[in-house]
Design a protein around this ligand. Structure first.
Ligand SMILES: *[C@@H]1O[C@H](CO)[C@@H](O)[C@H](O)[C@H]1NC(C)=O
Ligand SMILES: *[C@@H]1O[C@H](CO)[C@@H](O)[C@H](O)[C@H]1NC(C)=O
Ligand SMILES: *[C@@H]1O[C@H](CO)[C@@H](O)[C@H](O)[C@H]1NC(C)=O
Length: 472
């Protein structure tokens, strides 16, 4: 008998045809891939959008416009110096007219160039406040776009006393597709301010961002809106009204802060939402951030922490000391509050009412858009506060030290007042896009300590099912 032919040795004719079919299929697929690669190469018109998407966002995709005046610039430029860097940032500080000694104000390394706003006398302003300068604010949109900067993804607007944490501004804006129409910012903390000016308005003091394609359209139509809304108070209200007419609403980002409060901002600062801090404002209305310093010095001190780990600054974590049942609320880089008792987490993250109201008048002027926690009427029964003192870095880890703030209170051995300093150990925070979109508060532990007068705390990511509560 003849052995059966092995098909692998000598293929039958039909098998051969199949093989041919397969190889031509592979060839066609290969050609398609080649075509796609070619079409996305720099010779094709597809090149720039794809390229643009793939470049991560950075500061040089932003054009800043800061609103100021000849009178306020000499003082407010000191705030701008805290965060401005001419090597990486573009934009203008818009003035009504140049200071008489303009050259001496033209510090090109640490301040934006001075730009004089165009004449606005042809526009009507009929609001009783007689703040015609508000028209200049609205026109910054047009005047910023008219400078024809290249490769702009966002136009960002602010007051001369808006202090930006620029890395966090970039992080926050990078969540959104800059090729679409976006208007990003925040309203006021105060209920009455929002009732009066708009819950959906981005307040200039907090700073706001408009994506490039939207800013270009807005620039073309804003003058007609300025005419139509002559009765409004603010420049930001004119921008908001014009965007509303274009059909665009705000994307609320809680990292921007208008700070319509007065006095001691500690309560608001220490309960920052779980999102990167983008801006602080109203610095002349609130007390210096740290006791015993003036406003500017305190801000410079704050930026020591903010520059070392921008994404972590003010981020609040809460842990409990089991032995004494203390509640320890860490607001990284700024202050730690140690409650002498157990405070449930939802109460610990409420905003302590350390500040005064922006205005008096009615129920709304004394109400806020978040839950507040009343302070204990007896000062010595309130949490002990430790303020940020210094920071040291090694590789991607930081150690921040916080010193107890002095209060003349008597206390016993179970009181957190016996602690003189707290040291916090943490990793430098680097949020991924997913973490930015779905933020989660971190956890902390009180570390075993050799000293009665010092406390060591480590901050870390929480475990999957970890709950923040007092384990008894
Ligand atoms: C400030 O400096 C820039 C760059 O050197 C220059 O273009 C601008 O005209 C100067 N402005 C004033 C007001 O001197
Ligand atoms: C910007 O571009 C427009 C239109 O091309 C032009 O009219 C204008 O002069 C340019 N402005 C500047 C500051 O270059
Ligand atoms: C602290 O308070 C006590 C009792 O009221 C008082 O005798 C003492 O002088 C105060 N000390 C300081 C430094 O103010």
């Amino acid at each position: 008998m003849q052995p059966l032919q092995s098909p692998t040795k000598t293929p039958s004719p039909s098998r051969l045809i199949n093989l041919l079919k397969l190889s031509s299929l592979i060839l066609v697929a290969y050609l398609f891939v080649l075509l796609f690669i070619l079409s996305t190469s720099k010779y094709s018109s597809l090149y720039s959008p794809l390229q643009e998407l793939s470049t991560p966002m950075s500061l040089d995709h932003i054009v800043f416009s800061l609103f100021t005046s000849q009178d306020s610039w000499p003082k407010s430029k000191e705030y701008v110096k805290l965060w401005w860097n001419s090597r990486t940032m573009r934009g203008c500080a818009f003035l009504d007219r140049l200071p008489p000694d303009a050259d001496s104000h033209n510090d090109t390394s640490s301040l934006p160039p001075l730009c004089v706003s165009e004449d606005t006398s042809r526009f009507r302003y009929t609001h009783g406040a007689q703040h015609r300068f508000q028209i200049r604010i609205a026109r910054m949109v047009l005047e910023a776009v008219a400078r024809n900067h290249s490769n702009v993804r966002w136009y960002v607007f602010g007051d001369d006393s808006t202090v930006f944490v620029t890395e966090n501004l970039v992080k926050t804006l990078s969540k959104y597709d800059h090729r679409l129409w976006h208007y990003v910012g925040a309203n006021s903390e105060n209920l009455e301010q929002n009732r009066e000016f708009g819950f959906k308005m981005a307040f200039l003091g907090a700073g706001f961002a408009i994506s490039s394609p939207l800013a270009k359209v807005l620039a073309r139509v804003i003058d007609s809106c300025i005419d139509r809304y002559a009765h409004l108070y603010g420049g930001d209200a004119r921008v908001f009204a014009c965007l509303a007419e274009l059909g665009i609403g705000i994307i609320h980002e809680p990292g921007f802060h208008q700070f319509d409060i007065r006095g001691n901002a500690l309560g608001l600062l220490t309960s920052h939402p779980v999102t990167p801090l983008v801006s602080i404002h109203s610095l002349d209305q609130i007390d210096p951030l740290f006791p015993g310093m003036n406003t500017l010095h305190a801000l410079q001190h704050f930026f020591r922490a903010a520059n070392a780990d921008p994404q972590r600054v003010l981020q609040q974590t809460v842990c409990y000391d089991r032995w004494f049942s203390w509640t320890i609320s860490v607001s990284w880089g700024y202050a730690i509050q140690v409650f002498p008792n157990h405070v449930y987490l939802p109460d610990a993250i409420k905003v302590g009412e350390t500040f005064r109201h922006w205005r008096r008048g009615n129920l709304f002027t004394e109400a806020y858009v978040f839950n507040t926690r009343e302070l204990h009427p007896v000062q010595c029964a309130r949490p002990t506060i430790f303020f940020f003192e210094k920071i040291s870095k090694s590789k991607d880890r930081t150690k921040t030290t916080y010193k107890r703030s002095y209060l003349n209170c008597t206390y016993d051995d179970g009181s957190p007042r016996k602690i003189k300093e707290i040291r916090v150990h943490a990793h430098k925070m680097d949020l991924t896009k997913k973490q930015l979109q779905a933020p989660r508060r971190q956890c902390c532990n009180v570390l075993p300590s050799s000293s009665n007068e010092a406390l060591d705390i480590a901050i870390r990511e929480c475990k999957e099912e970890e709950l923040i509560y007092l384990h008894l």
